[in-house]
Design a protein around this ligand. Structure first.
Ligand code: NI
Length: 136
């Protein structure tokens, strides 16, 4: 879709969508899907199941917003955070964290476009940003 600015410049406009429809396209756990961009932040959806990996993002905060399920986030030097549907939490930059989903969790993530989802560690589960871009 296209729209025009006040100066008559053509710009691309995203189609409207729903979080549920985007989550329905996610087939693999721990594989974020980029569904939008706001300035230098990506909006992503993901499904989680099991324990992830301890990691940190040195220069980037990371927002977890739970849609369904119950997400535990272990944090270094802080009590564990438990998120129920509708709740969100921002992991501050530099703080080591480890998400744990004992049942399947569906969530929205908001993170800087440069954020690697496994932060400072690379594991089998690390999905490069190119593979998080939507193909459909
Ligand atoms: Ni993280």
């Amino acid at each position: 879709m296209r729209a025009s600015t006040g100066e008559g410049k053509d710009v691309t406009v995203m189609n409207t969508t729903t979080i549920a429809a985007e989550l329905a396209k996610v087939t693999d756990h721990w594989t974020p899907r980029i569904i939008g961009q706001v300035n230098d932040q990506y909006v992503k959806v993901a499904k989680l199941l099991g324990e992830f990996v301890w990691h940190a993002h040195e220069n980037e905060d990371e927002l977890f917003w739970v849609i369904s399920g119950r997400l535990r986030i272990q944090l270094e030097g802080h009590d564990e955070v438990v998120l129920e549907p509708g709740e969100f939490f921002v992991v501050p930059r530099g703080v080591r964290h480890n998400p744990i989903a004992e049942e399947e969790v569906e969530l929205v993530l908001i993170e800087t476009v440069t954020t690697a989802h496994t932060g400072d560690v690379v594991v089998d589960r690390t999905v490069p940003i190119e593979r998080q871009l939507p193909t459909s």
